[in-house]
Design a protein around this ligand. Structure first.
Ligand SMILES: NC(=O)c1ccc[n+]([C@@H]2O[C@H](COP(=O)([O-])OP(=O)(O)OC[C@H]3O[C@@H](n4cnc5c(N)ncnc54)[C@H](OP(=O)(O)O)[C@@H]3O)[C@@H](O)[C@H]2O)c1
Length: 445
């Protein structure tokens, strides 16, 4: 269930009394000194705003690779009110935990923090200096929605000002923290118009929906092919087909919705749930999003699937499946190869089963298939402007109610939240059969 606060849109938040939601909207350290000293008390008190306007902040950090439960540590530090040239101070509102975040902490991801770097400007050494950790360190988390709470000298007010909502422009930002001091802020952040949007929607836009968007558009021209076929003598019964496994993932749900908006048809593979009712419930949920066909992995791997594909959905193969999106691997990926039509393309973007799949020589040759790998990180580095444009396009769809947020399991992060609670939330990410993606929502920090 979404938290009541984080589900409020930006407009609703602005209309709410600042007295009711002070921590979410602003972070204004008091600078007024009391005229009489406060009475001595034995109860320890915490000052979120330290002396002289310092912001007290917490961040999850790691200094070596390993399981999140073993290597993450909740680190407290102060941020000076005097911001460097071109820097801004952010307060985190929401941050999802993606599988890649766990893989990064484990050291198995394509991008690895270099903890042994001698370069003082390396990200891990800069984190050590900024956060005051004893060793080079990294803050995990790639996605999040932040509010600008203070702006340093030299920041163009037309580009960033106090109260703006922003998201990281690129990966490796380190979002599992209550606040962030960001140098070169204009280039490293994307300003977001939060009107009509919740922090959760904004925090989850830049990885899953963007990956689905690119994979549906960049490998096979499904939209163009649909248009061509509709104009032919034997028009199809609908747009071109794509097939995907892990269809209930954040990426999968985004692909279903974008595909439907662009007039495409989707065949979606999900793992069976514990009961028939739960499985049927999940199928219905994806159909509600716009899925044309939803099958379980068991149905997909069954010998009868090929015949069903031909007879029930593709008019004897005359409306072929030309794109496969694979985030599972193993047997599921092998079955996907069989389902693809001639000149089809399989894009692998994840390996949730941790199993590789044998390269299918026959189909690869005789169906002249293409096998591609997709990595949003590299795509984003090569296409920064298109990424910003795409993010705004998807946020617009969310605003219009045409794109539904993925289900999330919220973990509230307040100042007093125990380190273990935060670590458990991250450790559980790869467990499977979850009701939603783990997501930190920041309350009284
Ligand atoms: N290459 C890229 O640029 C890129 C970008 C974004 C995401 N990804 C990858 O895409 C995949 C999905 O990411 P996400 O953020 O969308 O995921 P997510 O929302 O966290 O959902 C996880 C998905 O993985 C499935 N899953 C978990 N364990 C599995 C297993 N052992 N075998 C088969 N399926 C399993 C889950 O199915 P159940 O509900 O049945 O457990 C669910 O569909 C991940 O591998 C991620 O790394 C890659």
């Amino acid at each position: 269930m979404a938290s009541p606060i984080l589900n409020l849109t930006r407009g609703q938040l602005a209309r709410s009394s600042r007295g009711c939601l002070p921590a979410l909207l602003t972070h204004t350290p008091s600078t007024t000194l009391p005229t009489t000293p406060p009475p001595l008390t034995l109860t320890p008190r915490r000052f979120k705003s330290g002396p002289y306007g310092y912001t007290q902040s917490k961040a999850l950090v790691f200094t070596r690779f390993g399981e999140p439960a073993d290597v993450l540590h909740l680190h407290t530090h102060s941020i000076s009110p005097t911001l460097p040239q071109g820097a801004v101070l952010l307060r985190t509102l929401a941050a999802p935990v993606n599988p890649a975040d766990v893989n990064t902490i484990q050291g198995t991801y394509g991008a690895r923090p270099d903890f042994a770097s001698q370069d003082p400007n390396s990200p891990t050494n800069k984190t050590r200096l900024l956060l005051g950790t004893p060793e080079p360190a990294a803050v995990p988390g790639n996605e999040g929605c932040f509010e600008v709470t203070a702006v340093g000298p030299g920041v163009d007010a037309g580009k960033l000002k106090r109260g703006n909502w922003v998201i990281p422009a690129g990966p490796g930002f380190g979002t599992f923290r209550t606040h962030a001091l960001v140098e070169d802020a204009v280039g490293r952040l994307v300003k977001v118009d939060g009107t009509g949007l919740s922090p959760v929607q904004v925090a989850t836009v830049s990885v899953n929906p963007c990956s689905a968007y690119r994979m549906l558009r960049d490998y096979v021209d499904l939209v163009g092919e649909s248009v061509r076929r509709f104009a032919s003598a034997d028009p199809p019964r609908g747009g071109m087909w794509f097939i995907q496994n892990g269809a209930n993932s954040g990426v999968g749900r985004a692909a279903i919705q974008l595909g439907r908006l662009w007039g495409l048809r989707s065949i979606n593979v999900v793992r069976e749930r514990e009961t028939v009712e739960e499985t049927e419930g999940l199928k219905a949920e994806l159909k509600e999003l716009g899925a044309d066909v939803v099958v379980t992995e068991k149905e997909f791997l069954d010998r009868s699937f090929g015949a069903r594909l031909k007879e029930e959905w593709t008019r004897g193969g005359r409306e072929p499946v030309l794109l496969g999106l694979n985030c599972v691997g193993g047997q599921s990926a092998s079955a996907m190869v069989k389902a693809l039509g001639p000149r089809g393309c399989m894009v692998t973007y994840g390996g949730m089963s941790r199993q590789s799949f044998p390269f299918p020589t026959g189909p690869a040759i005789f169906k002249r298939l293409r096998f591609e790998g997709f990595w949003l990180t590299e795509w984003g580095k090569e296409n920064p402007e298109e990424k910003r444009r795409m993010i705004n396009e998807i946020l617009d769809l969310m605003r219009q109610g045409k794109f539904k947020q993925m289900p999330v399991q919220e973990v509230k992060w307040d100042w007093d939240t125990e380190e273990q609670v935060l670590k458990d939330a991250i450790q559980g990410t790869l467990a499977g059969f979850r009701s939603g993606k783990g997501l930190f929502v920041f309350g009284d920090t």
